[in-house]
Design a protein around this ligand. Structure first.
Ligand code: C2E
Ligand code: CA
Ligand code: CA
Length: 282
């Protein structure tokens, strides 16, 4: 990207933040045990009238580099807390997982800020899980203090994209995470790579031993679902279960998915899940 194109994006993002033109979609994460909804992960979306749809993988790093990440994070937090309240009124009580930049952890008062925002809106802190990816420049071990303070406040902590960066099995023992999300690259390769299957199994076993839960990310096929289930992952997330959804679609999805899950597990998916997809959500 040229410097000019980059600045256009940064200016556009700043405007979008000021005008509240971003929105969140939510991807369900379900329990391997019974297919029940365990969490939803909030994923930010930016549809710009001039620039078109810009994905978070492009604009979140720019927000980090150009001093917009704190505004983005605070907007996102307010958004998801209000969403949690709306869903609770509709009888949906799932935890919301929210991606945060490791940069936010450099502010010493960030854990207090999150707690204050939860209190302000009357959202119990244990309904929120923060997902963190280790950046090359900010090893998570250096964030121990902030991570511990989140845990003391009852906020869940997930280590995202596990296996890609510098994150190691050793860190699972040292750091106060509650959940490990195995990166989708391992899930994609699992059907034809014995090494990947071994890695998934070791992570799931160690995590269990340490009292953490394991999520398999990016599960797209029945075969991948069967493999990660056999290897001991607790939760599954990916297009097979559901793409990220607009908030209004979640309730309809929940009741339809409950019907589909037993067949998915029995690998008779084609008959039942096909019907479910044919019904329009909503
Ligand atoms: P992530 O946290 O690892 O999120 C998973 C990404 O994989 C999402 O892309 C999701 O839409 C996509 N995905 C889900 N299931 C599947 C699947 O079965 N197959 C494939 N191929 N992809 C799947 P998305 O929404 O484009 O987000 C990209 C990244 O941007 C996220 O990766 C996260 O690191 C970051 N991000 C998203 N929203 C936020 C946010 O609100 N704040 C911050 N700081 N980062 C965010
Ligand atoms: Ca994530
Ligand atoms: Ca991930």
């Amino acid at each position: 990207m040229t410097a000019k194109a980059e600045m256009r994006l940064v200016d556009g993002l700043q405007l979008a933040l000021e005008r509240q033109a971003l929105h969140m979609v939510y991807q369900p994460k379900v329990s391997m045990r019974d297919g029940s909804l365990a969490q939803v992960e909030a994923l930010v979306r930016w549809d710009d009238p001039e620039l078109g749809t810009v994905g978070p993988a492009r604009f979140v790093p720019l927000a980090e580099q150009h001093g917009l990440i704190d505004d983005l994070t605070q907007w996102g937090l307010r958004r998801i807390l209000r969403q949690w309240l709306d869903w609770r009124q509709e009888g949906i009580d799932a935890c919301i997982a929210f991606n945060i930049s490791a940069l936010s952890l450099q502010h010493l008062d960030f854990p207090d800020l999150v707690e204050r925002m939860c209190r302000g809106l009357n959202v119990p802190t244990d309904r929120i899980v923060l997902e963190l990816t280790e950046g090359a420049t900010q090893p998570l071990v250096k964030m121990m203090d902030a991570l511990t303070r989140f845990r003391i406040k009852g906020i869940g902590l997930a280590i995202d994209d596990f296996g890609t960066g510098y994150s190691s099995l050793m860190q699972l023992r040292q750091l106060p995470f509650t959940e490990v999300k195995i990166d989708q690259a391992f899930i994609a390769d699992a059907p034809h790579s014995r090494d990947c299957r071994l890695i998934i199994q070791s992570v799931a076993e160690l995590a269990k031993g340490l009292g953490l839960t394991t999520t398999a990310e990016g599960v797209e096929t029945i075969e991948q679902l069967r493999i990660v289930r056999e290897l001991g992952c607790d939760y599954v997330q990916g297009y097979l279960v559901s793409p990220p959804l607009e908030p209004t679609a979640l309730k309809a999805w929940t009741s339809k998915f409950r019907r589909a899950w037993p067949a998915m597990i029995a690998e008779e998916r084609l008959a039942l899940w096909g019907d479910v997809e044919a019904d329009s959500l909503g």
